[in-house]
Design a protein around this ligand. Structure first.
Ligand SMILES: [Fe+2]
Ligand SMILES: [Fe+2]
Length: 217
């Protein structure tokens, strides 16, 4: 059972109590206030899709994990510099009443040593962040442009092609799966399946399909 990969067990009950009344809708509004780039919105929706799927797999609160996935990069468009990204966002989230565990998860997805990834949510967020983008890139070079047609083996093959999606740090992909304690191929497969189930929203349903675009959320 995948749930056994995480230690200590039962952490959720004590560490992640509530969203302070915040909902996925609040997170969506916040994201759209701060981000105008459709590709960044799509990235956030992809990460939400993957964190939500892992929450369901692990028996964790789906909405809470979805909210974190959706807003993890909300400050990136205005503050892309690593010295500001996540830090500016964290301060703003505090003023908006988001709970500290959400803020901590947002802070931990950067690679800054000040905010190590300690909880399953933080490890999951890191593990799916770059991977969803990489899977999207692999989808878009398939003839069908459909994420449903992407295989974990082809994702791994593309990881070896240094010229492909060069901005994605391969070591983050492997480190993410390692930190989660899931074999890389299994992790990739799981994220492909999650993205396939939400392919319309992510614009990855393939050529000729009616894709619902990110601005419709
Ligand atoms: Fe980020
Ligand atoms: Fe991200």
């Amino acid at each position: 059972m995948a749930i056994e990969i995480f230690e200590p067990k039962g952490w959720m009950l004590t560490e992640y109590p509530e969203l302070n009344g915040k909902t996925r809708e609040d997170a969506w509004v916040l994201l759209n206030e701060w981000v105008s780039s459709p590709s960044l919105i799509r990235h956030c929706l992809s990460v939400e899709t993957a964190t939500r799927a892992y929450a369901l797999k692990l028996g964790e609160p789906e909405e809470a994990w979805a909210v974190v996935g959706l807003i993890h990069d909300f400050d990136y468009e205005r503050h892309p510099d690593p010295s500001e990204h996540t830090f500016v966002g964290a301060e703003y989230l505090r003023t908006q009443g988001y709970p500290e565990w959400v803020i901590s998860a947002v802070l931990s997805h950067g690679s800054n040593l000040e905010h190590p990834r300690t909880t399953p949510l933080e490890k999951t967020l890191f593990a799916v962040d770059e991977l969803t983008g990489f899977i999207s890139a692999v989808s878009l070079v398939r003839p069908s442009k459909a994420v449903a047609d992407v295989k974990a083996s082809s994702v791994k093959k593309k990881m070896k092609d240094k010229g492909f999606a060069a901005g994605v740090h391969r070591e983050d992909l492997t480190a993410g799966a390692e930190e989660l304690g899931i074999p890389l191929e299994e992790h990739i497969n799981f994220v492909i399946q999650a993205m396939t189930a939400n392919a319309d929203v992510l614009g990855l349903a393939g050529v000729g399909s009616e894709t619902q675009h990110a601005d419709q959320g």
